[in-house]
Each structure stands twice: as structure tokens, then as C-alpha cells.
Design a protein around this ligand. Structure first.
Ligand code: FAD
Ligand code: NAI
Length: 463
């Protein structure tokens, strides 16, 4: 048995590595166990970072091929070097994972390499050695949810991991699931030349997103060439050489149809990753969806064992995991941090981007809250016109009686950056009028946020 640690974190994704760094900053002796060859978890290795690298490269490719001419820039013979694009993505990933390794060294965090099993409170086994700690944090993340009848081989039938590595542009890519992964990676391969068909079980895309915004989003994606089959479920996939035949059944019943593709991306959600941890032997409770049950202080039912990030309930987002990691370290150090789960933004990094925070119209209706809507289109924003990026709008929802901002939904260029102002406003309990009275620089896309705030009272200036 080795010398004890104050804290052992299992998993070095954004939840785990941030928890480890914050705990070390607060003076704890910390170890972090990671079974992957590199630190950074799903997010840095096979998630947020490589997908954003490909989204950026494919967006540049599309702009060069189709967008520059409108600016009077004539580029002949735009060609794709996919191998170089993949190499750049790998370089971006490497720089990020090495960054976490540097931060571990800087903060004297011990990286225990291998898969961890919890032997009991305060006891973790890694590669045959047992380590002890006062507290254990489970931050083991999530994995792609499988679908019966659709066997993933990460070659022709892939999860997001395989779709980040296609060696050539698919001829016809079928995406199962019109969620965040399906639309981001579907967009990448569409931009690079693939025919892309998205199959969705529900009768709408991106469930959870404000319905009006989702409908406008679908229209824009359709204009880019993505085609959608809504209200359909895939019940079987058979592969013959490089051709996959999918069987589709209408969700509400009816005759089955078939569809062929040369690549299939399965993206119907992610599930908690807890295999091999020894949860059952330790008596750590999970819910019906396999998520580790925690209280508001991230404590499991077993004293001294905590959990954060994708492996517990809530949005499966890197920034949610990070905030939980930092908060838990502070709780363990005796502080009283707080996370406002009502003000966690979500961003879909397609073109245009879709960003949201707080309530949707559907949420407010179901909760019986009276609200007012302020909307402003980017077509009426000077900067958006100058950029040639006029698709989309800003939509703000405010309490009808108090004017307090309750939700923000932005479809448009750089929506992921613009949403930050709305998150701040929500966090500080601002009213729509507060946002409307803040001076916004001209000409910026952020003026559309101000105009939408003015529109809540029916007094937008530029429309
Ligand atoms: P993870 O990042 O999954 O890390 C868990 C780590 O634990 C892994 O490295 C795993 O190897 C390790 N581990 C598991 N079990 C053990 C064990 N027994 N012993 C040792 N180590 C173990 N979120 C965003 O906010 N923005 C995005 O743009 C975004 N893009 C995404 C794109 C894709 C393609 C995917 C798949 C996800 C994306 N996400 C995005 C989601 C984001 O990646 C996750 O929410 C985030 O990584 C969760 O962090 P985590 O620390 O909880 O777990
Ligand atoms: P998702 O939950 O976003 O979308 C899954 C979609 O598949 C839903 O629309 C659902 O209705 C549909 N679906 C479920 N079962 C189906 C079936 N049998 N047939 C057809 N459709 C079916 O999940 P996704 O896209 O896999 O992403 C997983 C998680 O990763 C997300 O929760 C998200 O939080 C995170 N992520 C975040 C990103 C970001 O923040 N930009 C990017 C990528 C992933």
C-alpha cells in the first residue's frame, strides 16, 4: 500500500482534471487515475476539441469554395487534403492534452496510469496496487449509447469517435439521431462533400431546444443540403462489404422502408461510463439510467465517495463537468460554492451556431409562467450584413410581470460567444430592460442581443 492521498480522482476529463487542479490549489495531496494514454477525457481526445477542429476546417473549406466569391475573392480549384485536415486536428488535440499534463506537473498532481477499481471507501486499486485517500471522486464520464440491431464496428457503422476519423469523405452518410453530435458531425461531412441523411425518432430535431428556434435551425441545415427523416426509428443495419442497409420503421407504426449508406453514424445519446469501477460491490447507488446518484454536494450514498460530470444527472457538457469539479474540490476544502443549473449555456457549433440558456417557450408554458418574447433577426444587424452572415435571430424570453430574463436562444454567427452576455444577465437576475440599457459596441453582432431586449417591450430600434 502506498502513502495516502487527500483525494483520488478517477477520470481525467474536464470534470476530473479540473477537480484535481482546484483541490491541489487548495492544498490537498491529489492523485488522478486515467486509463487512457493521454489526459483530458472524452472532451479533449475524442469530443469537444477534435470535433471543433474539424468543424472549423470544414467551415473554412466551404467558405473558400462557396463564400469568398461574394467578397470579390476568386479562388480557383479549391481541393480537399483530408489527411492534412486530420493531422491538424490531431495536433490541436495533442497541444490540449499536453497542456493538461503540464498543469498536473505544475500542481504536483500524481497521474496514476491505468483503470481504477474502488475497493471500498478510501481505497482505489490501479494496475494491481492499492492507493488510499480521504475522499474519492468518480469522474468517469460517458460513452455512446448502443442501439439494438445496429452493431458499431467503428469503421462503417461508427460512433462519434469513428466519425472523427473517416479516411475518405463518405458518399452517403446516414446519421441516426438529430441531436448535437449528429448535426455537428453531419455538418462536417456534408461540407466536405458527402450526401447526409439524418434519421430522427421524434418529429423534431434537437429535443430540449426552443421549438421555434429548432424549426428555423432545421430549415437552415436543410438549405445546406442535410436531409431529414423525422419520426423514424432504425431497427436493423446489415453490412455487405462497404454498403450498409438500414431498416427504418415509422415511430408511430406503419410499413418499414430501407435506406443504404456507405457510412452510418450512431448518435442517439450517451450513457454513464461506470464499467469496472466496482460500484455494486461498494454499494454505490445508481438510478434507472445507470447514473451515479448524488446529493447537492456531489456525495454518493457511500461516505467519502463523490461523483461529478457526465456520470451523474444533468447536462452532459464539458463546462458543467468542470464547474462541478471545481465546486466539489471547494466543498472538500470546507468552502460553500454554488452552481446555478438554470444558467448553464449549451452551444451547437454548426453553421450557424445555436446557443441557448435558461427556459424555452415550451418550459414556460408547461410551468404556467406568463412571459414576453423579444426577437431580433440578424438580417437587420449591420455587422452581420457586413460579414455576409445574416441567418438567424436572437430570441429573449422575460417574465411578463417582472421583466426578469428567463431564457435566451440565439441562432446565428458566433451565437456561442454571444450567449455569454445572456448567461451573465440570467446569473445576476437581470431584467430585459437592464440588457437593453447596457451600451453595446457598434457595429457588433451583440447589438442584436440589445435589440431583442428592446423588442421585449416592443421598442426595438432597427426593425
Ligand atoms: P469524460 O470527459 O468522459 O472523462 C472521463 C475519463 O475517465 C475518460 O478519460 C476515461 O478514460 C476515464 N475513465 C473512465 N473509467 C475509468 C476508470 N475506471 N479508471 C480510470 N479512468 C477511467 N461538451 C461541450 O460542452 N462542448 C462540446 O463542444 C462538446 N462536444 C462533444 C463532441 C463529442 C463528439 C462528444 C462525444 C462529446 C462532446 N461534448 C461536448 C461532451 C463532453 O465531452 C462531456 O460532457 C465531457 O467530456 C464530460 O466530462 P467528464 O469529465 O464527466 O468525463
Ligand atoms: P443527443 O441527446 O443530443 O441527441 C440524440 C438524438 O437521438 C435525439 O434527438 C433523440 O431523440 C434521437 N434518438 C434517440 N433514440 C433514437 C433512435 N432509436 N432512432 C433515432 N433517433 C433517436 O445525443 P448525442 O447527439 O448523441 O450527444 C450526446 C451528448 O453529447 C449530448 O447530450 C451533448 O450534451 C453532448 N455533446 C455536446 C456537444 C456540444 O455541447 N456542442 C457536442 C456533442 C455532444
Amino acid at each position: 500500500m502506498s502513502d495516502g492521498f487527500d483525494l483520488i480522482v478517477i477520470g481525467a476529463g474536464p470534470g476530473g482534471y479540473v477537480c484535481a487542479i482546484r483541490a491541489a490549489q487548495l492544498g490537498m495531496r491529489v492523485a488522478c487515475v486515467e486509463k487512457r494514454e493521454t489526459l483530458g477525457g472524452t472532451c479533449l481526445n475524442i469530443g469537444c476539441i477534435p470535433s471543433k477542429a474539424l468543424l472549423q476546417s470544414s467551415e473554412n473549406f466551404t467558405e473558400a469554395a462557396h463564400g469568398f466569391a461574394a467578397h470579390g475573392i476568386l479562388v480557383d480549384n479549391v481541393r480537399l487534403d483530408l489527411a492534412r485536415m486530420h493531422q491538424r486536428k490531431s495536433e490541436v488535440v495533442t497541444a490540449n492534452v499536453r497542456g493538461v499534463e503540464f498543469l498536473f506537473k505544475k500542481n504536483n498532481i500524481t497521474w496514476l496510469k491505468g483503470a481504477a477499481t474502488i475497493a471500498g471507501p478510501g481505497r482505489v486499486v490501479v494496475a494491481g496496487s492499492e492507493y488510499t485517500a480521504h475522499a474519492i471522486v468518480i469522474a468517469t464520464g460517458s460513452e455512446s449509447t448502443p442501439l439494438a440491431g445496429v452493431p458499431v464496428d467503428e469503421d462503417r457503422i461508427v460512433t462519434s469517435t469513428g466519425a472523427l476519423e473517416f479516411p475518405s469523405v463518405p458518399d452517403h452518410l446516414v446519421v441516426i439521431g438529430a441531436g448535437v453530435i449528429g448535426l455537428e458531425l453531419g455538418s462536417v461531412w456534408r461540407r466536405l462533400g458527402a450526401r447526409v441523411t439524418v434519421i430522427e425518432y421524434l418529429d423534431r430535431i434537437v429535443p430540449g431546444i426552443d421549438a421555434e428556434t429548432a424549426t428555423a435551425f432545421q430549415r437552415l441545415l436543410t438549405r445546406q443540403g442535410l436531409s431529414f427523416k423525422l419520426g423514424q426509428k432504425v431497427t436493423a443495419a446489415t453490412r455487405e462489404n462497404s454498403t450498409i442497409t438500414l431498416t427504418l420503421e415509422p415511430a408511430k407504426g406503419g410499413p418499414a422502408t430501407t435506406l443504404t449508406a456507405d457510412r452510418v453514424l450512431l448518435a442517439i445519446g450517451r450513457r454513464p461510463h461506470t464499467e469496472g469501477l466496482g460500484l455494486a460491490a461498494c454499494g454505490i447507488a445508481t438510478d434507472a439510467r445507470g447514473r451515479i446518484v448524488t446529493d447537492a454536494r456531489f456525495a454518493t450514498n457511500v461516505p467519502g465517495i463523490y461523483a461529478i460530470g457526465d456520470v451523474i444527472a444533468g447536462a452532459m457538457l464539458a463546462h458543467k463537468a468542470e464547474d462541478e469539479g471545481a465546486a466539489l474540490a471547494e466543498i472538500l476544502a470546507g468552502q460553500k460554492p454554488h452552481i446555478n443549473y438554470e444558467a448553464i449555456p449549451s452551444v451547437i457549433y454548426t453553421w450557424p451556431e445555436l446557443a441557448a440558456v435558461g427556459a424555452t417557450e415550451e418550459d414556460l408554458k408547461s410551468r404556467g409562467i406568463a412571459y414576453t418574447v423579444g426577437k431580433f433577426p440578424f438580417t437587420a444587424n449591420g455587422r452581420a450584413r457586413a460579414m455576409g452572415m445574416v441567418d438567424g435571430f436572437v430570441k429573449l424570453l422575460a417574465d411578463k410581470h417582472t421583466d426578469r430574463l428567463l431564457g435566451a436562444h440565439i441562432l446565428g454567427a458566433d451565437a456561442g460567444t454571444l450567449i455569454a452576455e445572456c448567461v451573465t444577465a440570467l446569473e445576476f437576475g437581470a431584467s430585459a430592460e437592464d440588457v437593453a440599457r447596457i451600451c453595446h459596441a457598434h457595429p457588433t453582432l451583440s447589438e442584436a442581443v440589445k435589440e431583442a431586449a428592446l423588442a421585449v417591450e416592443g421598442r426595438a430600434l432597427h426593425i
